[in-house]
Ligand binder design. Structure first.
Ligand SMILES: *[C@@H]1O[C@H](CO)[C@@H](O)[C@H](O)[C@H]1NC(C)=O
Ligand SMILES: *[C@@H]1O[C@H](CO)[C@@H](O)[C@H](O)[C@H]1NC(C)=O
Ligand SMILES: *[C@@H]1O[C@H](CO)[C@@H](O)[C@H](O)[C@H]1NC(C)=O
Length: 147
């Protein structure tokens, strides 16, 4: 009896470890916009629909060149709720990556909590968001342990 129980426990722990390992090892890194990067005029809502769903602990990478005489600045903000997202209202927004942070390998943001993440660029006095389509929502799901 005691042997059976400890065998059962051992198996359970093994299974749990396996599931946890799979869940962590499956976290993906996704470049926002793919080869388009994070730029004015690309439809990120459409991109997110086609490249989602996103899962907990996936990492989103925003790539945008640092601004200069010919390259306009972009940024990454998190908007607090659906309404501010729809209206591009940055009053209560949080800056997560300023214009100089998208160069090189880009700016990485890990979706570490199950909640909607409303991303948007604020540059050009908000034009990036209102006219340039530089916004999308990502709501990470729990990744199913087995595909
Ligand atoms: C996400 O990452 C955190 C920190 O590395 C880890 O504690 C957690 O178990 C992970 N969650 C999933 C679902 O992989
Ligand atoms: C962007 O894509 C979404 C989803 O496919 C679509 O509903 C929307 O009309 C598009 N916006 C523009 C300006 O093309
Ligand atoms: C501005 O940055 C772009 C992209 O990194 C680069 O190709 C271009 O040469 C730069 N222009 C100037 C004037 O520095």
């Amino acid at each position: 009896m005691a042997i059976t129980m400890s065998f059962g426990k051992g198996l359970l722990i093994l299974l749990l470890t396996l599931v946890a390992t799979l869940a962590i090892s499956q976290a993906e890194t996704v470049v926002v916009g793919g080869s388009e990067g994070w730029r004015y005029g690309y439809n990120y809502t459409d991109w997110a629909l086609k490249h989602g769903p996103f899962f907990l602990n996936d990492t989103l990478v925003f790539r945008y060149p640092p601004p200069n005489d010919t390259v306009k600045p972009h940024s990454v903000y998190l908007l607090p709720n659906l309404y501010s997202f729809l209206t591009c209202d940055f009053k209560a927004a949080t800056l997560v990556a300023p214009p100089n942070q998208g160069g090189g390998d880009g700016f990485s943001y890990t979706l570490s909590r199950v909640r909607p993440n409303y991303f948007a660029s604020r540059e050009g006095n908000g034009d990036d968001c209102t006219k340039g389509l530089m916004k999308f929502a990502a709501i990470p799901l729990y990744r199913p342990p087995f595909p």
